[in-house]
Design a binder for this molecule. Structure first.
Ligand code: SF4
Ligand code: SF4
Length: 293
């Protein structure tokens, strides 16, 4: 069973919901693995108040030209959909590494054996960190300056699924903001999608996109309204009705949540009244999954 927590735009409180849901699920006795696939700005470990374990590098293929063999036919550059290979007037190919997706199309079309050699570059790291809360956190961290997050998201998710299989229980995924390809890849094959939003015009707009994504992928989608008292909740409910999505929780603006955020202590472990919201959400998730959806 996989649950993805997502939010249309950044700053909606997606990670706060994901982290507190993970700890609340564990409190209720559920076994789980958590994956932070917001690889450009991973912060679940900060909210959990832990340091990441040493990371393992994730390598990605890139071509290396052997100019003693290359016939300058330009076929590699023509095949590269990412325009990562530029050619000089005489056809000599050059690679722009940051644009390369590692698809190997250039290698496949090159007619000269040995003209393209295998090279690799580190696109980021995966950190597998045991937490004091009774679950493992898998975190993808994109290398600074790296433009392509997708290969790292794919690899971090694969590692998280492997750990989930070894340890049993649920996989809870915290995705990036937005609805781009990294979010779609993180959400893919989930049994439940939880969209965290706020009742503002941009929040409503972006929630619509997430709901579209859930509908396209055939994933039941729930909505959590954060800072529910600071906008027009009615518009979120209208949208939920249109997409047959249930609003499962409302979180008011709360200084207690801000305090727990800054202190790196999940609010669900405190005596603050807001802890109950996440405990109830975890209970709903378990009922949903226990009932097979
Ligand atoms: S591996 Fe793919 S993206 Fe990279 S240079 Fe070759 S064709 Fe282009
Ligand atoms: S396809 Fe091969 S031979 Fe042709 S330009 Fe590229 S590396 Fe050189």
């Amino acid at each position: 069973m996989r649950i993805a927590v997502s939010g249309g735009k950044g700053g909606t409180g997606k990670s706060t919901v994901a982290v507190n849901l993970a700890v609340a699920l564990r409190k209720l006795g559920a076994r789980l693995t958590m994956a932070d696939l917001d690889v450009e700005t991973p912060n679940d470990h900060l909210l959990l108040g832990i340091e990441l374990a040493v990371g393992e590098p994730v390598n990605q293929f890139m071509p290396k030209f052997d100019y003693s063999k290359c016939t300058k036919c330009r076929k590699c550059a023509e095949a590269c959909e990412e325009h990562a290979i530029i050619t000089l007037r005489d056809g000599t190919p050059f690679l722009m590494p940051n644009l390369c997706s590692g698809c190997r199309a250039c290698e496949i079309v090159c007619p000269v054996p040995g003209a393209i050699l295998e090279d690799y570059r580190v696109v980021g790291h995966i950190h597998i960190t045991p937490t004091p809360y009774g679950f493992t956190l898998v975190t993808g961290v994109l290398r600074e300056g790296e433009e392509r997050a997708l290969p790292l998201v794919v690899e971090a998710k694969r590692r998280a699924i492997r750990i989930q299989r070894e340890e049993g229980g649920l996989l809870l995924i915290d995705t990036a903001a937005g609805t781009g390809n990294t979010v779609a890849k993180a959400v893919e094959f989930s049994d439940l999608l939880i969209a965290v939003t706020e009742p503002t015009p941009p929040g409503v707009h972006d929630t619509k996109l997430i709901l579209e994504l859930g509908r396209l992928m055939g994933i039941p989608t729930w909505i959590v309204i954060n800072r529910a008292d600071l906008g027009e909740r009615g518009r979120v409910y209208e949208l939920a009705k249109k997409y047959d999505a249930e609003v499962v929780a409302e979180i008011p603006y709360s200084e207690n949540i801000v305090r727990s955020y800054v202190g790196g202590r999940p609010i669900v472990l405190t005596d603050y009244p807001e802890a109950k919201i996440f405990e109830e959400l975890a209970g709903k998730v378990l009922s949903f999954l226990g009932g097979g959806g």
